[in-house]
Design a protein around this ligand. Structure first.
Ligand code: GYE
Length: 327
């Protein structure tokens, strides 16, 4: 009962900065409140916006005092944020690493300070898995495989100009980011089996709409006979749609489009026939993150890897799912 009261008090405190008039500096009545430092990648996409909202809302609901920072897609900003969370002696650090490599030093600093780290959404590439407690997020290789499988299954339709060669241009996510590396690998591993399909150009659009548009504009100038766009996220696919339309072509027909995420804007374009297939990537990681943080801090065992469940959407499925889509 006391615990419940303290938790309720803590929630109120974050908004009202007072609780029953009894709280003051040095008062340890809030010791049960978990403080989490979260270092977010940025605000590059619809997926990221939904992810941030989920984390902020669930922290509030779980009575977790959340310190949140936006790294604007820069690793050095994330490292700074993590160092400041260590200095502030937060109870737990969670972050979504903008790129895979280069984390060992700062993660070691957290470990030495006795602060557990939870990887959220994206993985780090490190030989030392004692540097983090668990990694919660999608299987990006599987997402790439699903995208590739749809193309293999629809290879005849995808040969838009009927010349026997399916020319794919790829809009990659942020260079060095786990989802960019893995979605490329997964896709390639599946299309490899089909001789007629080849990736004729591949460049980063940094997971943004503007990036996708610019790269697609340049592909439309430099490449002949583009049949398919494979975009590592919806936002870049939506940017590519703008470039394709501006070139006088019909997206979804003259050029087939495959994307990953399934955020509302992507689903709307899929339902409208401008995108042909979307592989879902779930951004609503807040509830599982808060749950894992509580377990880690209570000394309970947690799995080293927690994979989120996801599906895929065709145009018909998007028409059905769209009215209930939350993000
Ligand atoms: O797919 C993309 C975002 O890391 C899974 O990052 C995330 C990716 C997501 O910018 O839209």
């Amino acid at each position: 009962m006391k615990k419940t009261l303290i938790a309720a008090c803590a929630i109120t405190m974050s908004t009202l900065t007072a609780c029953g008039g009894s709280s003051s500096a040095g008062d340890d009545s809030n010791d049960d409140t978990i403080t989490m430092g979260f270092a977010q990648v940025g605000a590059e996409s619809g997926w990221r916006t939904a992810n941030t909202k989920s984390i902020q809302e669930e922290a509030k609901a779980a009575g977790v005092d959340l310190k949140f920072s936006d790294a604007q897609q820069k690793q050095e900003n994330q490292i700074k944020a993590i160092r400041s969370y260590i200095q502030q002696k937060v109870d737990v650090i969670a972050f979504s690493p903008v790129v895979e490599t280069g984390w060992d030093t700062v993660l070691l600093e957290a470990k030495r300070a006795g602060i557990p780290v939870i990887l959220t959404d994206r993985a780090v590439d490190s030989d030392d898995d004692s540097l983090y407690e668990t990694f919660l997020g999608s299987d990006f290789v599987l997402e790439g495989e699903k995208a590739g499988q749809w193309l293999v299954d629809n290879v005849a339709d995808a040969d838009v100009d009927g010349d026997g060669a399916v020319n794919v241009v790829e809009l990659q996510g942020t260079t060095g980011a786990a989802p960019a590396i893995d979605r490329k690998t997964g896709f390639e591993s599946v299309i490899f089996a089909e001789d007629s399909i080849s990736v004729v150009a591949s460049q980063t659009g940094d997971f943004t709409r503007d990036g996708g548009k610019k790269v697609m504009e340049s592909f439309l100038k430099s490449e002949k006979g583009i049949d398919v766009v494979y975009a590592h996220n919806d936002d870049m696919g939506l940017g590519a749609i703008e470039a394709i339309e501006a070139a006088g072509l019909t997206p979804g027909e003259d050029v087939k489009i495959i994307t990953v995420d399934a955020v509302k804007d992507g689903m709307a374009a899929l339902a409208e026939g401008k995108i042909n297939f979307i592989v879902e990537c779930n951004p609503l990681l807040g509830p599982q993150l808060m749950d894992l943080a509580k377990k880690v801090l209570a000394g309970e065992d947690v799995p080293k890897r927690v994979v989120t469940e996801e599906s895929t959407f065709t145009q018909e499925e998007a028409v059905e799912a769209l009215p209930d889509r939350q993000y």
